[in-house]
Design a protein around this ligand. Sequence first.
Ligand SMILES: Cc1cc2nc3c(=O)[nH]c(=O)nc-3n(C[C@H](O)[C@H](O)[C@H](O)COP(=O)(O)OP(=O)(O)OC[C@H]3O[C@@H](n4cnc5c(N)ncnc54)[C@H](O)[C@@H]3O)c2cc1C
Length: 384
Amino acid sequence: MKTIIIGAGPASLMAATHAIKNGYEVLVFEKMKTAGRKFLVAGDGGFNLTHEGSLDDFSSYYSHSQIAAIVRQFTNVDLIAWFKELGIETYVGSSGKIFPVKEVKPAFVLKTWLNFLKSQGVKFFFNATLQDFSSDEVVIKTNTVFEKHRFDHLVLGLGAASWPKTGSDTAWVSLFKSKKIEIVPFQASNAGINCLLPTEFLQKFQGEVFKNVIVSHHNARRKGEVVLTNYGVEGAPIYYLNPSIRSNISLPILIDFKPDFFENEIVEVLSNAKNISEGLNKLKIPNPIIFWFKTYLTKDNYTSTHYIAKLIKSFFIQPISFRPIEEAISCCGGVSWNELDENLRLINYPKISIVGEMIDWDAPTGGYLLQACFSTGFVATRPI
Ligand SMILES: Cc1cc2nc3c(=O)[nH]c(=O)nc-3n(C[C@H](O)[C@H](O)[C@H](O)COP(=O)(O)OP(=O)(O)OC[C@H]3O[C@@H](n4cnc5c(N)ncnc54)[C@H](O)[C@@H]3O)c2cc1C
């Protein structure tokens, strides 16, 4: 059995791992000079391979029931066990994210994995770009040469639209459309949000971090750190709100700067202070917000302890749009679930599987993205 895998991102590498374990001949073609560029970029930002949590809790983070069902077949526990087999020990961080132990760097994880695959007989070809496919043959371009390769099973893990410089540039979308395969348009996810805030305010305070705040949007709520940027806001809790913001961008983002205080307790602190300014300092309200109150509120509102307390509990920011997809950590959109069976095979091309971010699903950062990629790689190469 000859399995051809195109793309050498984490989803494809997991597919290669299981295909070779199943005794198949495995060839991996990657258009860049090296493997796993986005995996290494993810590593720079903290390198959470997965996240702790029971299966029910874990699967609730995914946008589509189909991807949640895939993750249930190769879980966070399976992933940790597999990395252990590879010699990579992991630990659970205080936030529940699961990382390789401290001394193990992302490049080491990737190198260890690639060496393992090569030792098992997986053959890698770089600077090799998928040009076309039929039901049992692919056309690969290496330099100026076009080669045809027949396959028994083809796995496509070509990535989505974010960070195109890592190789995942969605050039495959037009090829898929020409074959009448339904593609859900890509949109930025886990992205910063452009907001309606005064330019002078953003320029003055970009980079400021609001710690331990609760942000909410419609029915979504998250505690964490929000970062002010020169365009608006970003940070893990904002990423968590992305799906809600996407579905109703006219609603404001609310920030609670004192989640441990009731509104009346804030009023009490402000009322007992010499003046509002002292009260705000006692409450440790971040400087940009004190500046906001002083600069943009009327005198009557600024001196009203009730008005200020309300704003401290629900400071509203109007979102305008998402940051460009190229900057986003991930995307939603991709190959429609209507095109796939439960083994991630294309219904009209039963020898071809799709893995990773190419498929239309969404999840927050914190290990949920990589876990889903790994799980698709496993499910796609399970013997059927
Ligand atoms: C800044 C950043 C931070 C992140 N942080 C986290 C995190 O903390 N936790 C988490 O879980 N996830 C994180 N991620 C997401 C994670 O990196 C992705 O989910 C994962 O890399 C997607 O894997 P993939 O295999 O589907 O695609 P990719 O990793 O994009 O790999 C696709 C591969 O296919 C190749 N390719 C494309 N087209 C062709 C073609 N025509 N022919 C041949 N090869 C082709 C590409 O060159 C690429 O190597 C982060 C991502 C970014 C950008």
